[in-house]
Design a binder for this molecule. Structure first.
Ligand code: TNX
Length: 514
């Protein structure tokens, strides 16, 4: 088993990142391909332009079929502030959202037709319908994403689109433990994910530096563990009601929230909250440093297993989604046999809650049974071991999908242990690990670890536009994956991010538009 700890040998902050960091900005100086008609990101499976266009006016009505009302409501809400149009939802309108159970399109897929007389989006499931409306928003001028009324013609080109995702899991992980982020901060990222057809938000809720979710049977976890963060700030936590609010907001936007409680490593915040979780019976010191500490749970402690069970029972109760992430990474100093046995306990706990266990790739070194997802971040051997035991794989290789990594040597903050991750690096990689079959891969996920990310501006800058590349990698067919063409789509998407006020990195790999 390989449970290496790269951070201990890594440089942490990056005042002066290593000189051998690659800077591919100069590698590809060719003009981007295009402009080639509508710039929808992720690029749809099939898009054909027709003649003419449809124009949204003060008379336009959005008409949902039964079951499509919520999606229609969200579309109207999204378009009213920028268009200033009333856009009522009702019968007999020009913009038709048709939910047709049994329609012959893949899960989350949709058909979209626009001509001069109107728009028809049809799907077999609600997510598909929602994604059809996201494509429609992107076919409008970028100003449609603004928050104030813009004086432009709300024209949609005539198109026929057939679309469905390559992978079922297109996610972003946000570490709210190293630095705390508010409910509204997460909702804002949820909006940005949803417009790019991403469908998972993985929240890293616990770590050495903080515990962020209320557990009613163990209140000191948030009273003590919730009151710290990297750098000594006040930290914070979500009450169960606040967490449910995040989950519901995400669900309306077809995003499943995946909660992570990281055990057995990274458990210092819990151990600082309760003396009985420590071998010497006294609470551990709180930890507010940035470097990874990875204090493991006292696995032989009499209350430990009951504690772990209580935590997952409460988290499962506020998790309508099918997944519980148990961490499992960097259990430094834990003997293999104890680690393996503990992973076995976690599998039983998660199964008893009726959920599927997700863990970082180290879990591949332990015996796995049943439905498990191993999240590849570091070690291909662990991934192969997990897959050989029938586990599915979620691809988050640090050198492409860790957005706490710097973009380049000019970066003012960020990690460098996995190298620089340029926009191209975030886009151009194979989500199917060597030796695995695509059917063994559930999808892709980026990770924003927040040791050095302490505000929303930094979060925006590190996540965007890299996550646009990931979104396309997770959604669009492999044959469409072409960096030069993506560059022009991304430039167009930059205009949308501008409208939304996202402080993304306008790095010169892309010829950004004004
Ligand atoms: C490794 S990725 C970690 C995290 C750190 C991250 C920083 C993983 C499962 N563990 O604890 O925050 O690197 O890049």
């Amino acid at each position: 088993m390989n449970r290496t700890l790269p951070l201990l040998i890594a440089l942490a902050a990056c005042e002066s990142p290593a000189d051998d960091v690659e800077d591919p900005a100069g590698e590809d100086t060719d003009e981007p391909v295009g402009p080639a008609g509508p710039s929808v990101v992720p690029i749809p499976v099939f898009l054909e332009e027709g003649d003419g266009d449809f124009v949204f006016t003060a008379d336009t009505v959005i008409s949902p079929s039964p079951g499509a009302e919520a999606v229609a409501g969200l579309l109207a809400e999204a378009l009213r502030p920028s268009t200033g149009l009333p856009l009522p939802v009702g019968e007999g309108g020009e913009v038709v959202l048709k939910l047709t159970p049994g329609l012959d399109v893949p899960a989350e897929g949709y058909l979209l037709d626009v001509d001069a007389s109107g728009v028809v989006i049809e799907a077999g499931d609600v997510p598909g319908l929602f994604y059809g409306t996201q494509t429609l928003r992107q076919l409008l001028p970028a100003e449609a994403f603004g928050r104030a009324v813009a004086d432009v013609a709300w024209t949609v080109p005539a198109v026929h689109v057939e679309d469905a995702p390559r992978f079922g899991w297109r996610g972003l992980m946000i570490d709210v433990a190293r630095h705390f982020f508010t409910v509204d901060d997460l909702k804002r990222q949820i909006d940005l994910l949803a417009m790019h057809k991403m469908n998972r938000l993985h929240v890293h809720l616990t770590d050495d530096q903080g515990w962020r979710i209320e557990i009613r049977s163990w209140p000191a976890l948030t009273e003590i563990g919730g009151a710290t963060e990297v750098g000594g700030g006040p930290g914070g936590f979500y009450t169960q009601e606040e967490y449910a609010d995040i989950v519901a907001y995400a669900a309306e936007r077809q995003i499943v929230v995946v909660p992570e409680i990281d055990f057995p490593g990274h458990a210092n915040a819990a151990m600082a909250s309760y003396g009985e979780l420590n071998e010497d019976g006294t609470p551990a010191d709180v930890y507010t440093g940035a470097p990874v500490l990875s204090t493991p749970l006292w696995l032989d402690g009499p209350p430990t297993l009951g504690f772990v069970q209580d935590v997952f029972a409460e988290v499962a109760a506020i998790t309508p989604g099918p997944w519980l992430h148990v961490g499992g990474d960097e259990a430094v100093g834990v003997e293999d046999a104890k680690y393996d046995a503990f992973i076995g306990e976690l599998q039983a706990i998660v199964a008893a809650e009726g959920k599927t266990m997700v863990g970082w790739d180290e879990i591949g070194g332990a015996p796995l049974t049943g439905d498990v997802i191993a999240q590849h971040w570091l070690d291909e051997e662990n991934v192969a071991a997990a897959a050989a035991q029938g586990a599915k794989v979620l691809s988050s290789p640090a050198e492409h999908a860790y957005y706490d990594m710097i973009y380049d040597r000019d970066a003012e903050y960020g990690q460098i242990w996995a190298g620089a991750v340029t926009i191209q690096d975030a886009y151009a990689w194979d989500p199917v690990p060597e030796g695995l079959d695509e059917s063994q891969v559930v999808g892709v996920e980026a990770a924003l670890w927040t040791e050095y990310i302490d505000d929303v501006e930094k979060m925006d800058f590190m996540v965007w536009p890299r996550a646009v590349g990931l979104a396309e990698l997770g959604w669009s067919p492999e044959e469409t994956h072409e960096w030069r063409a993506f560059r022009s789509r991304l430039a167009a998407d930059g205009l949308r991010l501008d409208q939304l006020g996202v402080g993304y990195n306008r790095r010169d790999e892309i010829e950004w538009l004004e």
